[in-house]
Design a protein around this ligand. Structure first.
Ligand SMILES: C[S@@+](CC[C@H](N)C(=O)[O-])C[C@H]1O[C@@H](n2cnc3c(N)ncnc32)[C@H](O)[C@@H]1O
Length: 283
């Protein structure tokens, strides 16, 4: 089967029917969730603190909802209106923007504590018109320069993608480096045809924490193709002391409301002594 990015431009490929099919496919849900957990692990955020993250090519929110689950706030950008409509229908928590990432971002400098991108970058490797500024290197340059500016110093961007060759990895890394990023490539399960995953692990400044590029995972299961969803979930949980973040506690709600106000969102409820209090059940 042809790779989707070779079939049609993303906003056409992910039309109404494909957007729903993609989102409702339980195997895809599991794979995207698994890779998002791994991206969060590689982001190396301070434990137990909600972060403000950018989800690049957020689609219908399969990656973003893992960010919610882990107690983070996020902004998602995507070029496909139908994917964003499905995200809205699913009432994801992130703020959504319709945008072509090849045009670059217009966020304020230093807005985000980190960025993730799951299964998107390969789309930027395909020119959509013959105009010179539409060439993959031009689009990748705009993307990386404006992404670098939108991130805090220090922070990281973790971009999982599906390259077809080492040359593509080389092209992407060299453009990212020219845009000011440090870091490199992490390859999980390098010897497995099915489970192999490539993550670009980019650092702004020192990238926070240890500056070396993390090691890729080696095969741990008999059936290498089997997605290690539960293992990843457990690994992430153990980083945060074995408990899931209480995403609805008072500090989290206050911080989120403040952020919405700063961004000019209307109708944010006033803080009161009841904010973040557990409601009593009424019988
Ligand atoms: C395989 S989906 C992944 C969606 C989501 N990250 C997930 O994990 O489910 C790839 C997404 O990349 C988006 N995309 C491709 N090229 C893009 C571009 N130039 N700008 C913004 N989004 C793009 C597509 O519209 C699609 O929603």
């Amino acid at each position: 089967m042809s790779r989707p990015e070779l079939v049609a431009p993303p906003e056409i490929y992910y039309g109404d029917i494909e957007a729903k099919k993609y989102t409702n496919n339980s195997r895809i849900q599991q794979i995207q969730a698994d890779m998002t957990y791994r991206a969060l692990e590689l982001l190396n955020l301070p434990p137990d603190e909600p972060a403000f993250l950018l989800d690049i090519g957020c689609g219908s929110g399969l990656s973003g909802e893992i960010l919610d689950e882990e107690g983070h706030m996020w902004v998602g950008v995507d070029i496909a209106p139908s994917m964003l409509e499905v995200a809205l229908e699913r009432e994801v928590e992130g703020d959504l923007f319709l945008q072509d990432i090849g045009q670059g971002f217009g966020f304020r400098p230093g807005s985000f504590d980190g960025a993730i991108s799951i299964s998107v970058l390969q789309w930027l490797l395909n020119a959509e018109t013959s105009h010179p500024t539409s060439s993959p290197p031009h689009r990748l340059t705009r993307f990386f320069i404006t992404l670098h500016a939108a991130l805090k110093n220090p922070s990281r961007a973790i971009l999982q993608f599906y390259p077809t060759s080492d040359d593509q990895i080389q092209l992407i890394t060299s453009i990212a480096q020219k845009a000011g990023f440090g870091g490199g490539v992490v390859v999980d399960y390098p010897n497995s045809k099915k489970a192999r995953k490539v993550f670009l692990c980019l650092f702004v400044g020192g990238g926070g924490g240890a500056q070396q590029v993390p090691k890729g995972l080696e095969s741990e299961v008999e059936d290498e193709g089997k997605v290690q969803f539960e293992k990843r979930r457990e690994r992430l949980k153990s980083r945060s002391g074995g408990k899931r973040k209480n995403i609805k506690d008072k500090d989290w709600i206050l911080k989120k409301k403040e952020l919405y106000r700063q961004r000019g969102k209307e109708g944010v409820p006033n803080d009161s002594k009841y904010t973040g209090r557990k409601r009593k059940a009424v019988f």
